[in-house]
Design a protein around this ligand. Sequence first.
Ligand SMILES: Cc1ncc(COP(=O)(O)O)c(C=O)c1O
Length: 399
Amino acid sequence: MLDLSYVRGQFPAFAEPSLQGQAFFENAGGSYTCQPVIDRLFRFYHQRKVQPYAPYPAAQAGGAEMDEARTRLAGLLNIAPDELSFGPSTSQNIYVLSQAVREAMRPGEAIIVTNQDHEANSGAWRRLADHGIEVREWKVDPETGHLDPAELEPLLDESVRLVCFPHCSNVVGEINPVAEITALAHAAGAWVCVDGVSYAPHGFPDVDALGCDIYLFSAYKTYGPHQGIMAIRRELANLLPNQAHSFNGDTLYKKFIPAGPDHAQVAACAGMVDYIEALATHQGVSPREVAGLMHAHEVALMQPLLDYLGTKNSVRLLGPTDAARRAPTVAVALQRPAEGVARDLAQHGIMAGGGDFYAVRPLQAMGIDTGKGVLRLSFVHYTSPDEVDQLLAALDAVL
Ligand SMILES: Cc1ncc(COP(=O)(O)O)c(C=O)c1O
């Protein structure tokens, strides 16, 4: 069982006087930052704020910390260190990848996108239609938002080069069977790009076991700094054309990052691994088994919330009602604009948001008025039963 007081002790936000009494339910927008990340950022800005990798001690230490972050994160994700790149954000990482894929494809070839994705893993790919690439849409069930692998199969043929889908949508919350979908796509000869942004905060995945060619997530939602993290497997990375400075094209972790890296933030990403490893040691499990502990805690807290929302006639709950099948990113459509409801919840010490969360396509696909948007209640493993009770009481008062 997850030791919640140990977990919360690793996040300074829980000891911050100005946040006392405020229960945080907008974690899908960005999580609290763990102490090791803050410590590493502080150290970098105090002691290493020079051009990294230059031949003087501060630069050597800074460069070594950047390498350490990449190597240790890659280890956690079960990929090689040069298969992991840091970019400014997942949206930008996907945009750059879409340019590489465009150059690698021929007109008449096809890609598959979903209408369950956040716009980041959708719009950039769809724009390839302007370059003669056929874009096919794998559609959700309009009632439930469910993405059915059986609906993907008829879309796959020999002209499809790439299938893009989310590990978990940021409004539907259902966990998609990545390994199964990847196997289908690979059998048809297509690459696979998975948006893991909404999933990774609930347990860093074993990317090798998932089998996908590209896996992306955002460190500012996984207890770290504002970085986009991108795993690209070697075989595909070698095939795609360089998007960076010409002389950087032979280094996989530089090849798809045209921007200069944010040195301090890259280095601070090692703090996410410090946190997971320390938690694993404390709990007597391996770092990869931490995900199971997080999941069990989240499911136990989420089921009463789903049950409560399911009883409200005025509320349309998106995604599965069975907590085990989803992440605790719980969106509901209401009769009035969600932003106003979020404002009312704030009066009760609940930090939550309302709107479209850049998931305009999935909301429209489910027939939801994007003008009203959805109220999103999202939490992670550091959330306590007391905070969920505070949320339920607040919902009772405002709904
Ligand atoms: C599911 C999902 N994908 C992609 C993104 C975009 O990530 P970034 O802000 O790093 O561009 C978000 C951001 O909210 C998201 O929720």
